[in-house]
Design a binder for this molecule. Structure first.
Ligand SMILES: Nc1ncnc2c1ncn2[C@@H]1O[C@H](COP(=O)(O)OP(=O)(O)OP(=O)(O)O)[C@@H](O)[C@H]1O
Ligand SMILES: [Mg+2]
Length: 459
């Protein structure tokens, strides 16, 4: 596609000449003698490059340049200056013109300059496109959310994205907390700025502080140079604080201050810097419990918990499993360059029935392993790792997931009620089938349906 060039000059004759030279080169050219109209034109049209005269009545070339820099930073601006006004040309370069040419100029000179600027614009646009592609990878389109649970999560992402409010993402390990944090950033007005991640558990507390706040040269042994911290790097963007539950009390106080005052100081520094950051924090800990135990500051908890998003464990959204499995199969067959069409019915039954203590991440690992080890072009139950098929182990992991200090009778009732309900759902509410599946007589099942207030639902 030929590039679109906007040419601004108050001398109409000059515009005619420029138009004919550039059109001969195959460009789409729009000429305007009123710079104000030029700005209006920029707003409405796709312009790849601006060529503007310096001295015009009304707005100068510098004004046009400043306007472009501010509103369309990807559009290169070429400035034409009259012979002898070299200072103005230097000034234009200083404030960001792509190049300047002095009038009068030879046609070749103009064409060369324009073609350089046009190539530059094309690369810029390619970079923007690549950035967008990476962004799409973490966009909602690539997040599997078939069931209601994840739909609610995505709905929260949509509602929370436009503001700067802090978001706390809660959920077991592997449920997709980081994925949602990135999706939140990408759906927010900050999407073109940095998304910076810090894992609060991975670093020891001393290192973590200088990692977050940066440090001045010489502030401690080994600080041989000034270093910017993650807060600074995330300025105008989003800072993702993963495993926030692991923050030490000292760092909790410091983070609270940043959240309240939007200011930071480097370690060993005296200067206070303003920062504009959106914080997204995540944890698989029960933070409220940590607060009541005195391990996590209550004031910080409330500051972080302005909006909270709860990631449901995979076993509570089994309807997502087939789509997730297919999504990962597609990803890893491409990556490993193998051809596997899908899962056998038996294999899929195992996948949907399993408890998935490691959630989506564990499912992803299992599917990756299958793409490496599958014997045929379909993943069969033989290709699945033993733990997925081991009912004893599943039973144990289900028990491990229960809270400690339970009353036995109450717990058994809860489990029984849940199993009866699940059997009903699996048998599409047909009582005879559910009774058979559970190994109960019909009357015994009816008794239990009453006990657990499910009688009205059964057929
Ligand atoms: N709904 C989903 N759709 C597609 N991929 C998903 C989904 N949820 C999670 N994933 C993928 O599963 C993997 C684990 O997700 P992620 O790292 O976001 O989990 P996490 O909750 O941060 O885990 P941890 O607590 O272990 O850090 C990632 O590769 C992620 O892309
Ligand atoms: Mg994570």
């Amino acid at each position: 596609m030929p590039a679109n060039i906007l040419v601004l000059d108050d001398e109409k004759n000059y515009l005619l000449i420029l138009e004919s030279i550039l059109e001969d080169e195959g460009y789409n050219v729009t000429t305007l003698s009123d710079p104000e109209m030029g700005l209006a034109y920029l707003e409405e049209s796709e312009v790849d490059l601006v060529l503007t005269d310096m001295k015009m009545p009304g707005l100068t070339g510098q004004d046009v340049l400043a306007h472009c820099k501010k509103n369309y930073p990807h559009i290169p601006v070429l400035i034409m200056t009259a012979f002898g006004s070299i200072e103005a040309a230097v000034e234009a370069m200083r404030i960001g013109a792509f190049d300047y040419i002095t009038k009068p100029f030879a046609n070749e000179e103009l064409v060369l300059s324009v073609s350089k600027a046009e190539q530059y614009a094309a690369t810029q646009q390619e970079n923007i496109r690549l950035k967008r592609e990476i962004r799409d990878r973490y966009s909602k389109g690539n997040i599997i959310a078939r069931g209601k649970g994840m739909q609610q999560v995505l709905d929260m992402v949509d509602r929370a994205a436009p503001s700067r409010s802090t978001v706390l993402i809660l959920g077991e390990s592997g449920t997709g907390k980081e994925l949602i944090a990135r999706a939140l950033h990408n759906a927010s007005p900050r999407c073109d700025e940095a998304f910076v991640t810090v894992n609060c558990m991975a670093l020891n507390p001393g290192v973590l502080e200088s990692e977050l706040f940066g440090h001045e040269k010489g502030s401690f042994t080994g600080a041989t140079a000034m270093r910017k911290g993650r807060f600074e790097q995330a300025n105008k963007g989003t800072l993702f604080l993963d495993e926030i539950g692991e923050l030490t009390p000292e760092l909790q106080v410091k983070l609270l201050r940043v959240l309240q005052e939007h200011q930071i100081e480097r370690v060993g520094g005296t200067e206070t810097m303003d920062v504009d950051i959106r914080i997204v924090a995540a944890t698989n800990k029960n933070l409220q419990e940590a607060v009541s135990k005195g391990e996590f500051r209550e004031d910080l908890f409330y500051r972080l918990n302005v909006v909270s998003i709860f990631m449901p464990p995979l076993r509570e959204r089994r309807e997502d499993i087939p789509l997730l499995a297919a999504h990962f199969l597609d990803k890893y067959t491409k990556e490993n360059q193998v051809e596997i069409g899908g899962f056998s019915a038996a294999a899929m039954d195992y996948l949907t029935a399993y408890e998935w203590p490691g959630n989506v991440r564990q499912l992803e690992n299992v599917v990756e392993r299958c793409t490496v080890l599958a014997r045929t072009d379909t993943v069969d139950s033989d290709d699945l790792p033993p733990e997925i098929k081991d009912e004893e182990a599943q039973f144990k992991s289900a028990v491990d997931l229960l809270p400690s200090k339970l009353n036995l009778a109450e717990t058994m009732d809860k489990i029984e009620g849940a199993l009866v309900k699940r059997a009903l759902v699996q048998c599409e509410f047909v009582q005879v089938k559910a009774a058979e599946m559970l190994g109960l007589s019909k009357s015994n099942l009816q008794y239990k349906l009453k006990k657990y207030e499910l009688a009205g639902k059964a057929l």
